[in-house]
Write a protein of this length. Structure first.
Length: 416
């Protein structure tokens, strides 16, 4: 840190933050915009940013019912990777990965993207066959990936339990070295600040309560801050996407489930990569602060409570302690839940709809954080051009009618 920034930090700390520049404006909503984005999570903000930057569409408002990143964006465990099975997904997530690799510079905001690698453990012969298949598929698509045996996993993660008598013995893993973690709320703030600089209005505490149609096309929304007109509306509402889409008369093939995570007290650095196990429904990384960031599988029931049930956490803790017996002495600090919008094929829906001017970006389920910049990039294209980009064309809503599903349950990595 330079002397200048130390002094400016101290001055701002002592002045009660009065001299801190505003990162983005908080304007009242205008009566009309060219494009409305419903949902101020990372995906919605990234969409607004790329609409303004790449497509010159700047008369845009992002409408958020709560605060920026208060949804899944700042509730997730921040794992970023692109090692999906099918070509369609790999292309989409790898596009996002490339954007992640330049994102702090692009936004002039440190999103703390740390490419520390992600391990997906295999505990059975079938797991190992699936891992091999996926790594080969990734490599054919130019995505980095390695198959590790148990000894190589132990070398990378010395504190892992490598006992062959463990209930779920570690037989090996896939490893994506370029994968990693990022600072989730910084992603929302970085996109918000950069979109605002292009003139995008970011309007918090503004819940959309109805979508207005004139025959086959949308003409605006009703909100808790009054009606707003627009001929293009993007729905990016994660766990509430089906609720919002229903306002325009669309029924989506989504189920909303709680997904939980928790963090421990900070401890000294012991885990230098991300470890995930689909079989035992748990995964863990260590933040730069030292906390263990742990996640579970989804809660089996549907619902909108951002909490989840105790037995799911208990199950995840059991699994983590079995994989890392040393963690049994670490105290947990906080637990929370988000609401994830799960699609039958564990893939997102990104595209146009039968309602003119209404666009969907949802169904990311347990795995959308890693896609944030790529999702915004393709969605901005779709809204601006009124047709999907080739990267998101396979992820249309029509695939549920035509049967062109893309089954990514294996690569989704969190059991659901
Ligand atoms: P959100 O951030 O949820 O944004 C949607 C916004 O829409 C919300 O802010 C909400 O308030 C707003 N909204 C809803 N209804 C309305 C309305 N009527 N009017 C106005 N605004 C509305 N993904 C990964 O890739 N890696 C991970 O490690 C990972 N871990 C996860 C762990 C947990 C515990 C959870 C819950 C999710 C995890 N995910 C992970 C999934 C990931 O968080 C989501 O897929 C992603 O953040 C979705 O981003 P978003 O911007 O669409 O959603
Ligand atoms: O998609 O990699 C993922 C993920 C990890 C935890 C939750 N989702």
């Amino acid at each position: 840190m330079s002397r200048y920034s130390i002094f400016s930090l101290a001055r701002n700390a002592l002045s009660g933050h009065q001299n801190w520049p505003q990162a983005w404006r908080s304007p009242p909503p205008k009566r009309e915009y060219d494009v409305l984005i419903i949902g101020g999570g990372g995906h919605g903000l990234a969409t607004a940013y790329y609409l303004a930057k790449l497509h010159g569409v700047r008369n845009v408002a992002v409408l958020e019912k709560g605060w920026l990143g208060g949804g899944n964006t700042a509730r997730n465990t921040t794992i970023v990777r692109s090692n999906y099975l099918w070509d369609e997904s790999t292309h989409l997530y790898e596009h996002a990965m490339k954007l992640w690799e330049g994102l702090s510079r692009e936004l002039n905001f440190n999103v703390m993207f740390s490419q520390r690698g992600v391990l997906n453990l295999g505990h059975s012969l079938q797991d190992m066959r699936d891992i091999r298949r996926r790594v080969h598929a990734n490599r054919l698509n130019g995505v980095d990936g390695e198959v590790l045996d148990a000894a190589q996993v132990k070398q990378l993660v010395p504190i892992i339990n490598d006992s062959p008598t463990a209930r779920y013995p570690v037989l090996g893993a896939s490893f994506q070295p370029r994968a990693g973690i990022a600072r989730h709320d910084a992603v929302a703030w970085g996109f918000a600040r950069a979109a605002d600089a292009y003139g995008v209005d970011i309007i918090q505490q503004c819940e959309v309560t109805a979508i207005r149609r004139d025959g086959a096309r949308v003409v605006g929304v009703d909100t808790t801050r009054g009606p707003i007109a627009a001929r293009k509306i993007g729905v990016v509402a994660a766990g509430h996407s089906s609720v919002v889409a229903a306002m325009a008369g669309l029924r989506l093939p989504l189920q909303s489930h709680p997904l939980q995570a928790f963090v421990s007290e900070p401890i000294k650095p012991v885990l230098h990569t991300v470890v995930m196990s689909n079989a035992v429904h748990a995964y863990v990384s260590q933040s730069d602060k030292g906390d263990l960031v742990i996640g579970a599988g989804i809660d089996a029931y549907t619902g909108y409570g951002q909490r989840g049930s105790f037995h799911t956490i208990e199950h995840a803790v059991e699994a983590i302690v079995e994989m890392f017996p040393g963690f049994s002495r670490v105290r947990m600090n906080r637990q929370w839940g988000g609401i994830v919008d799960v699609c039958p094929d564990a893939c997102p829906i990104i595209g146009t709809t039968a309602v003119q001017g209404l666009y969907l970006n949802c169904g990311w389920g347990t795995g959308g954080f890693k896609a944030t910049p790529g999702s915004g990039w393709v969605f901005a294209y779709t809204i601006a051009q009124d047709r999907p980009h080739e990267l998101n064309a396979p992820f249309s809503l029509e695939r549920f009618a035509t049967g062109h599903l893309i089954d990514e349950h294996g690569a989704a990595a969190v059991a659901h």
